[in-house]
Design a protein around this ligand. Structure first.
Ligand code: CTP
Ligand code: CA
Length: 231
């Protein structure tokens, strides 16, 4: 979609998007990370700006992506840094989209110096659970603020991806959850790249498979429909 073909329905709105994968330091040169490219979050930020919003993009580690035009970019490393940056950024925001791949766990200890190899095998890596930033943002949300989460789900013996998505929406308490079916759903017959947009008010929209920009547009359509009328 060309920018000039997009609606300007987010003019006067402020939105915050997180993107990329957090990196959890073990020592000054090593980290635990994940494969998130950040592309979906960047597409969300770019499309929101094209639709007239003032956008803050809180970016953890990403592929080599150029900054989207007219977007304020805040860079973070770890989940704890992402949490701090989001807390600051969401003040006064109309909508918040958590597209970042937040590490579920971080090493208990962050060694000040590089961990050296010794004669014996290393001790097992001790991990602790990171805070759930999305749940915290939902708990602290300002009146009228629309909060969106993302989830990649596979089917398993307890249910299909949609079932897991609904359960996650309930757990997180956000207004909207973008669910992507990943992996092979085998018994559950899930089409490649199948996605749904689930709403806390019970709405359920199937998402067309297509570009990340197209998905971003569908997400902002749903957000725009839930924003309070302008003061
Ligand atoms: N999320 C978050 N903070 C975390 C973990 C996840 O804010 N510590 C957010 C993600 O950015 C995403 C949503 O929660 O918007 C769902 O992430 P997901 O990893 O699917 O959910 P988890 O609760 O971590 O459950 P699990 O990984 O066990 O499926
Ligand atoms: Ca997780």
């Amino acid at each position: 979609e060309r920018p000039d073909a997009l609606p300007h329905d987010l003019a006067g709105r402020r939105v915050v998007v997180s993107a990329g994968g957090t990196r959890e330091a073990l020592d000054p040169v090593r980290y635990l990370g994940n494969r998130s490219s950040g592309r979906q979050g960047y597409a969300l930020a770019r499309v929101a700006a094209q639709r007239g919003a003032r956008v803050t993009l809180v970016a953890a580690h990403t592929a080599d992506l150029g900054d989207p035009a007219s977007v304020e970019v805040v860079r973070v490393g770890s989940a704890l840094q992402l949490r701090d940056a989001m807390r600051d950024a969401v003040r006064g925001a109309d909508a918040v989209v958590m597209a970042a791949a937040v590490a579920d766990f971080r090493p208990v200890a962050h060694a000040a110096n590089k961990i050296k190899k010794g004669a014996a095998d290393p001790p097992p890596l001790a991990l602790t659970t990171n805070p759930d930033i999305l749940v915290e943002l939902v708990g602290a949300r300002e009146p009228g603020q629309v909060v969106v989460g993302f989830a990649a789900e596979t089917g398993d013996e307890s249910g299909d991806p949609l079932h897991h998505g609904r359960a996650k929406l309930d757990r997180k308490g956000c207004d909207l959850l973008v669910v992507n079916a990943v992996g092979d759903g085998r018994a559950f017959e899930v089409a490649d790249n199948a996605g749904w947009l689930l709403a806390a008010d019970g709405g359920e929209t199937e998402l067309p498979s297509g570009s990340k920009a197209l998905l971003a547009s569908r997400v902002w359509d749903a957000v725009a429909a839930r924003l309070r009328p302008r003061a």
